[in-house]
Design a protein around this ligand. Structure first.
Ligand code: MLT
Length: 222
């Protein structure tokens, strides 16, 4: 596995598309965003499963909470330091723009795949930096903040992978996130699993099918 690199204060790994052949040339870059305590290596195996042939960009969160990497500060579980969140969302967006340039994939759409804390900053990227992400898979996400006015996310596909028995995220918070994104024009698919905060095989299968519908069929018809 390749070494981690550093860019604009973010440690990250980049995995290029295996071959810039015709069938993979239009695959989006998957922006992989780990949960609290993870790192830039965590989601790479999953990224390869989710959309084979897609380049992978996987940064490490820049906050350390007693040694656990996160993408922004929190005051308590589920209570976010919104000022810090805003600043780190923009820093992450700037990093993504610089990284796709550095690795020669700037023409491709970028689709975020985030889990927990990573899903929350991905939601924040959608809300604060519209135009950066062409889509997002948000596993176990909650409302990170409510911008005023809402962004224009017309047609942006978002898969929300939620859990009915998640002890960290009340079901109505997920419904609120879905409503916010829909009000912004995003095309939201909300899927509930009968499980808790942890990621399941069913989440992964569902996301892979969703990504394939959006970014594989389209290619085969061209
Ligand atoms: C967060 O802080 O983003 C959420 O509480 C999820 C977590 O990272 O534990």
């Amino acid at each position: 596995m390749q070494e981690s690199a550093e860019l604009l204060g973010h440690r990250y790994r980049f995995v290029p598309a295996p071959r810039a052949g015709r069938e993979t040339a239009r695959r989006p870059v998957l922006l992989l965003l780990h949960g609290t305590g993870g790192d830039e290596a965590d989601l790479l195996p999953l990224g390869e499963l989710l959309l084979p042939g897609a380049p992978l960009l996987s940064p490490r969160g820049t906050v350390s909470e007693q040694g656990a990497a996160r993408f922004f500060r929190r005051l308590a579980p589920g209570v976010f330091d919104v000022e810090d969140l805003i600043q780190r969302t923009h820093a992450l967006a700037d990093f993504v723009q610089a990284a796709v340039e550095r690795h020669g994939v700037a023409g491709r759409p970028v689709v975020a795949v985030g889990y927990s804390n990573g899903a929350n900053i991905a939601a924040s990227l959608l809300l604060l930096r519209p135009g950066l992400l062409a889509g997002a898979v948000l596993w176990r996400a909650m409302v990170p903040l409510e911008p005023e006015p809402l962004p224009d996310l017309t047609g942006t596909p978002v898969l929300l992978g939620a859990a009915r028995f998640d002890p960290m995220i009340p079901n109505d918070n997920v419904e609120w996130l879905a409503a916010l994104l829909r009000k912004s024009g995003a095309s939201v698919t909300l899927r509930w699993q009968d499980t808790g905060h942890g990621l399941t095989q069913a989440d992964v299968r569902e996301a892979a099918a969703w990504l394939a519908t959006l970014w594989t069929d389209e290619e085969s018809t061209q």
